[in-house]
Design a protein around this ligand. Structure first.
Ligand code: PMP
Ligand code: GLN
Length: 396
């Protein structure tokens, strides 16, 4: 199937049925590129996942709880000890006192949290604002809720938000603004002034904010992550989502969480309890212990990935790729217009098949892709892998 966001008509043989609820959607670009990378034996710098081991101490706790019998349903909102550990982290990092009982819900990854949040908030006919290039799961969830996604482009090369464009996009139907910081795919981060602008625009309006903060610990160059949880006004109208997958090099566990004030959490849980009901028990118990005993892991993540980013940039310094600023996440954008005029989907496919390095074309995250020719590389890989990939990329 075609990558989901190429938005051209599909050939009749693979077109979804006329009754499809998501007629423009195919298989996600992450699936397409990872499958192709496997088929071609290519180095996979496409789909974002680390190749570092999950911390041994955390694995030990999982094994302990598996053997110790923690193998039945967890409470619907999450294990109390994990919710308490999350609340303690939110207080320590962002100065926000949240009630673990009413305000914290453990979810099946950030994906489920985002989906449940959108279903909980968006009514038919409502509008949700997203910033392009936008992570691919937002729009389909809005569509399934009967809403309309309004796309506001970020401004290259730093991919900042133009708040005047946001102001112009707000209508009486706007019900949700989805912000993602640090931002996938660009690596841009929101600063305190951005949060002020968002607070100004949503004040006295029936607008909820969804904060996708799955890369909250991966911020570089001394900047601090401006969580919605930090902002006294915004946090009262926000659902803030994060994921342990990024933090513990364990994307396959699919455990995330949503922090929101009681009334929003109540609506969120109405959806969560039927989308998922509850999340894998032994992992929750293990994460609760690890989060509490080993805060140095998440506190060290920014430095860990900044080294990777810098190594990757250094390795590519002689290439014909122009490397764009990456202020957070484990992604690096690269402009390849000095290499070819080919569109980014075709170039990414060719790079995987012919050169053996898979990347993600950025145009698929846009409603109206700009003329820029940009690929996203994931640098969450060991140095030997980055070196092998860079050797190839420097020859192109
Ligand atoms: N949001 C963003 C911006 C992401 O990059 C990802 C996954 N990489 C998710 C949400 C989904 O996270 P999870 O794997 O925990 O479902
Ligand atoms: N979020 C990951 C990325 O951006 C992939 C998640 C997925 O495969 N759905 O690469």
């Amino acid at each position: 199937m075609k990558p989901s966001a190429t938005r051209e008509p599909l050939p009749a043989s693979i077109a979804p049925p006329a009754t499809s609820k998501l007629p423009g959607v195919g298989t996600t670009i992450f699936t397409v590129m990872s499958q192709l990378a496997r088929e071609c034996g290519a180095i996979n710098l496409g789909q974002g996942f680390p190749d570092f081991a999950t911390p041994a101490g955390l694995l030990d706790r999982v094994v302990h709880h598996l053997r110790d019998g923690a193998n039945q349903y967890a409470p619907m909102a999450g294990m109390p000890e994990l919710r308490e550990a999350i609340a303690a982290k939110v207080l320590a990092l962002y100065g926000r006192q949240v009630d673990p009982v009413s305000d914290v819900t453990v979810t099946s990854g950030a994906t489920e949290a985002i989906f449940s949040a959108i279903q909980a908030v968006v009514h038919p006919g409502d509008e949700a604002i997203v910033f392009d290039p936008a992570y691919d799961s937002y729009e389909p969830a809005v569509t399934l809720a009967g809403g309309r996604t309004v796309h506001v482009p970020l401004t290259a090369p730093r991919y900042g938000v133009d708040w005047q464009r946001v102001a112009a996009a707000i209508t009486p139907r706007t019900r949700l603004v989805i912000v993602n910081s640090p931002h996938n795919p660009t690596g841009a981060v929101l600063d305190a002034a951005d949060l002020e602008a968002l607070a100004d625009l949503t004040r006295d309006r029936p607008i909820t904010v969804l904060g996708d903060e799955v890369y909250e610990h991966i911020v570089f160059d001394g900047a601090r992550h401006e969580s919605l949880n930090r902002h006294a006004e915004l946090r009262e109208k926000s659902l803030v989502v994060s994921s342990f997958g990024k933090t513990y090099h364990a994307t396959g566990w699919k455990i995330g969480y949503c922090v929101a004030p009681p009334a929003l959490s109540e609506e969120f849980r109405k959806v969560h309890q039927f989308a998922q009901f509850c999340v894998v028990t032994p992992m929750q118990k293990a994460l609760a212990e690890y989060l509490t005993t080993t805060p140095e892991h998440h506190l060290g993540l920014g430095g860990f990935y900044q080294d990777k980013r810098d190594r990757f940039l250094h390795l590519l310094r002689e290439s014909r790729f122009r490397l764009l600023p990456s202020a957070g996440t484990y992604f690096q954008l690269a402009d390849y217009s000095a290499i070819t005029d080919q569109g980014d989907v075709d170039f990414a496919l060719r790079l995987t098949r012919e050169s053996g390095v898979a990347a993600i074309p950025v145009s698929v995250f846009y409603e109206k892709p700009p003329a820029a020719r940009v690929l996203r590389f994931c640098f969450a890989k060991d140095i030997a892998t980055l070196e092998r990939a860079a050797q190839i990329l420097c020859r192109i």
